[in-house]
Design a protein. Structure first.
Length: 923
């Protein structure tokens, strides 16, 4: 995670000359600092800073003027040597050093920029510090990587400025103690601070909760205890009304600060951790003023103020979304800042959301104030959101041996032992240090479970170590149910600075005889718990049969049963019949595909498709990722309606769910024509910024609008490919600036020839529209050209013979060739909708959706065969990059009979999954 030094980082030759000069002066033993008092004062403004070859200083306020003299020197003078004895031991100073003399009262704050000295590696560990004459002051660490510069703001005038390298501190391990939870005593042995929950913000600025029920500080003094104050209940939404009422009145929030300080005093806690969520930008100033009063009240008692705020998320043009939380000012007010990271383990992978946020934060907040907060237990992501689960609960879906009665064991006859399991598609995500699997609950709802190993802890601590943070607080640590070896790994890290390798997890079947001795022990991999065992002829029963999870730190029982010995009748025949063991249920092995749908004998078995082409499906419920995967799909599409002011985080759950299921996600994002009004740059820019934010969250592909050639999706009277291309240009640039890897697909027009009937103010024929897009330069602002095909009633090979007419939109090749030729092959095509309508299993289209009755004779078997053939032709053509099937699982069947296009039919079968499986070569 270290930043590599670029080949050339010096923007001006003056920087090089300055460093060479300093080196020569050091060799000559010249005491530059001795002459600093005589250096002439210079005048500086924000526009024209005081500048040396390796140093800049200016007032932040553009209306202010600074008068100062700055002198660099290679070795510290006497005064600085004395000051360096008071530098925190975790900081290593590196010359050159800078003496600052102010000529008059300096305007504060001051913006200071320093060149990172040679030998400071990695640059992410470098900070700028200043000595005020009484104390060391953290100035900043905002890294300008291209030039090797560090920038910060000094709130007080420094006499000396230095660059330091941060060393790895002994980490502060923290935990949150929820009400009613008896802390795991083993976890209490490794934490250095515990934040006690139980008090929440109520209306009128009053604290809600039973103060007397709060636990006392640790009598053994093993850790410090902080009062945790929230504006929400665990698992609930923030109380926005209470927070708004609090911050609306200075008198109310000042009294609130005094009440909190009073509770801290009465319980003899060491400080308070404030966790007020949902702060808006307009509440920022009042919130900071409240914290200033609370800090004053706490510091009078010698207590600590800590503040929790959500991890900043990457935004447009290198900016980060922080909501109402001003991290720069929070860093000046609070003693400790808790950075709350999401539950999603993917956020902790190298280069993920957490690392991006931390790299931004260490430039704005003293790194030794930052405490990372992350998950320690399993996460169950279902329809209701994410839920923390114990390791044991997560494990139970993988394997569980239920005691449904004694098993009959016949000596010499093999008995199959297999645990019950509800999980499927188990895989280990090495970069995140977690196992992931899927299961369906009793209500038929899909869930994704992340089951951590200490590999996740290692990822979290790697971030703490790389960025030299204060420490790590783990949600759920005190509740128990963490991954095996978690406490031991934390102890090892504190002692040796590293986490041991994740333990091997395996199932063990242990069979013991009546005397307690082990008769057999059969290890099995985590992904397959099935085992075979035959009792020896000389065996004596009964047997105790146990299933355990074994790790290098111990064993966890997963159920047990009894085996009763039976002897075969001693006659020549028949041969002894084996009594079956436990009923076999599917284990967490890859889910097999659906039962093959019989194919017409005239249809030859198609050859599997090679690389360079991908398949996906547009989903509604996304309840059958197993069938989609079986069909060869690697993409999932969702459509999102955007309104001005909407935050990109509103779609984060869709992205996380797709990635959790192992799919790439294409988001078709479209606004409301009535909100756009007449197309205008302001609306286009707001839309583009939203798309950029979505890309930064990890969207794999974005389709920019949808069917913009008809007035259902674009304002009447303003349909124009030139106007749309202007929007596409802005969107493309915003997306690529935030995530260059996001696939940008132009919005697919609606296939139509209705322009003559309705007029161009309401509809443009799509062939004319795509030609207009091409002429306007759309190919420069799209990775792929969006295309729809959803009115076919003949096989995709046909280019004529449709009983309606021979208009090009009737045919697969008619659409492909029209769009391909419009752009001259400059970009490949992406089918963002391709489907065949069939009313098999539903009421007749003539009765329900007369305008779709043209598909009344299409059978579901034809749908299956034609989709597979369309995929095959797309791949073989070299013209198609992606094919999204319209659709997978929609259920609404009315005037717009979407369910008729669905490949999962009303009886739950999926004939198209089998035909696609054959051509895609999937498993």
């Amino acid at each position: 995670m270290a930043i590599a030094r670029p080949r050339t980082r010096v923007p001006l030759w003056g920087w090089i000359v300055g460093l060479v000069g300093l080196a020569l002066l050091a060799l000559a033993g010249v005491g530059l600092a001795a002459r600093s008092a005589g250096a002439a004062c210079q005048t500086a403004t924000a526009a024209q800073p005081l500048q040396l070859p390796t140093f800049r200083m200016a007032p932040v306020d553009p209306s202010q003027t600074l008068r100062a003299a700055v002198q660099p020197f290679a070795e510290p003078d006497h005064a600085l040597r004395e000051a360096l004895t008071r530098l925190p031991p975790t900081l290593k100073p590196t010359g050159p050093y800078y003496a600052v003399r102010f000529c008059g009262e300096p305007p504060l704050p001051l913006r200071v920029t320093v060149y990172i000295p040679e030998g400071v590696e990695p640059w992410t560990t470098a900070d700028v510090w200043g000595w005020t004459g009484a104390e060391w002051l953290w100035i900043g660490g905002e890294l300008e990587e291209a030039y090797g510069l560090l920038t910060g703001e000094a709130p007080r005038p420094p006499r000396y400025v230095i660059v330091t390298t941060a060393q790895v501190p002994v980490p502060a391990f923290g935990a949150l103690q929820e009400p009613g939870v008896s802390p795991d005593p083993r976890a209490l042995e490794v934490v250095s601070e515990v934040s006690v929950a139980g008090m929440t913000l109520g209306l009128g600025g009053r604290l809600m909760g039973d103060v007397q029920a709060l636990p006392p500080p640790d009598p053994q003094g093993r850790f410090v205890t902080w009062l945790l104050v929230r504006n929400y209940l665990p698992g609930g939404a923030p109380n926005a009304a209470a927070l708004s009422a609090l911050l609306a009145s200075p008198a109310v929030y000042q009294a609130h600060a005094q009440e909190i300080a009073g509770v801290v005093r009465s319980r003899n806690y060491n400080g308070v951790l404030m966790d007020y969520r949902g702060l808006t930008a307009d509440q920022q100033a009042a919130f900071l003023d409240f914290l200033a009063h609370l800090r004053e009240a706490l510091h009078e008692q010698g207590k600590i103020l800590a503040v929790m705020a959500p991890l900043p998320l990457p935004g447009e043009n290198g900016r980060f979304h922080t909501g109402g939380y001003d991290w720069n000012r929070l860093g000046r007010l609070a003693d400790v800042l808790y950075v709350e990271a999401p539950d999603d383990p993917h956020a902790f992978v190298p280069g993920g959301l957490v690392e991006q946020g931390l790299r931004w934060l260490i430039g704005r907040v003293n790194r030794y104030q930052l405490q990372l907060v992350g998950p320690s237990r399993g996460i169950d992501l279902g329809p209701s959101g994410a839920r923390s689960v114990a390791f044991e609960e997560a494990l139970a879906h993988l394997a569980r041996l239920e005691n449904t009665g004694p098993l009959t064991v016949t000596p010499g006859i093999t008995l199959t032992l297999e645990p019950g399991a509800t999980a499927r598609e188990l895989e280990f995500l090495a970069e995140a240090g977690v196992y992931r699997y899927l299961y369906v609950d009793p209500e038929g709802q899909p869930h994704t479970v992340w089951m951590p190993t200490i590999g996740l802890l290692d990822r979290q601590l790697a971030l703490v170590r790389t960025y030299r943070l204060r420490g790590l607080t783990l949600r759920g640590l005190l509740e128990g149910g963490t991954a095996p070896g978690t406490v031991e790994a934390m102890q090892a890290y504190r002692q040796r600075g590293e986490v041991p390798p994740p333990p091997t997890l395996e199932w063990v079947w242990r069979i013991t005889g009546p005397d307690g001795r082990i008769v057999a022990e059969i290890p099995r991999p985590l992904a397959d718990g099935q085992a075979q065992w035959a009792a020896p002829e000389s065996a004596e029963g009964p047997f105790h049969i146990a299933l355990l999870l074994r790790t290098n730190v111990g064993e966890q029982p997963q159920g047990e049963t009894t085996g009763v010995l039976a002897r075969a009748t001693p006659t020549p025949s028949p041969t002894p019949t084996r009594t079956p063991g436990p009923t076999r249920t599917p284990g967490p092995t890859p889910t097999p595909g659906p039962s093959p749908t019989p194919r017409p004998t005239a249809t030859p078995r198609p050859r599997p498709i090679g690389g360079g082409f991908e398949l996906g499906g547009h989903v509604d419920s996304f309840a059958r990722p197993d069938l989609m995967r079986y069909a060869g799909m690697t993409w999932v599409k969702r459509q999102v309606r955007w309104s001005p002011g909407q935050d990109p985080s509103s779609v984060a759950g869709l992205i996380q769910q797709a990635h959790a299921y192992g799919f790439k996600i294409l988001l078709g994002i479209v606004g409301h024509p009535q909100e756009m009004g007449a197309p205008n740059p302001g609306y286009f820019d707001a839309f583009a910024q939203f798309l950029g934010g979505v890309a930064a969250l990890g969207a794999d592909g974005i389709e920019v609008w949808n069917e913009q050639n008809i007035d259902r999706e674009w304002p009447t009277g303003h349909i124009d490919p030139v106007s749309y291309t202007d929007m596409l240009r802005r969107a493309y640039n915003a997306i690529k600036s935030r995530n260059p890897g996001t696939l940008v697909i132009s919005g697919a027009p609606a296939p139509t020839g209705a322009e003559g009937a309705f007029g161009s103010h309401r509809v443009w024929n799509d062939d004319r529209y795509v030609a207009g897009m091409a002429a306007a330069g759309a190919a420069s602002y799209a990775d792929c050209i969006g295309i729809h095909y959803n009115e076919g009633i003949v096989p995709p090979d046909w280019t004529s013979g449709d009983p309606r007419d021979n208009y090009y939109t009737r045919y697969f090749w008619g659409m492909v060739n029209t769009y391909w030729n419009a752009f001259g092959g400059a970009r490949k095509l992406c089918f963002t909708e391709l489907g065949y309508l069939s009313d098999d299993g539903y009421p007749p289209l003539e009765a329900v959706a007369p305008s779709f009755a043209w598909a009344k004779d299409v059978t579901v078997q034809q749908q299956a065969e034609w989709l597979a053939r369309a995929a095959q032709l797309s791949a073989q053509s070299g013209k198609v990059r992606l094919m999204i099937i319209w659709n997978v699982d929609f259920r609404n069947y009315g005037a717009d009979p979407m369910a008729g296009y669905a490949i999962i039919r009303p009886d739950g079968s999926c004939p198209a999954c089998e035909t696609l499986h054959r051509v895609m070569g999937s498993r």
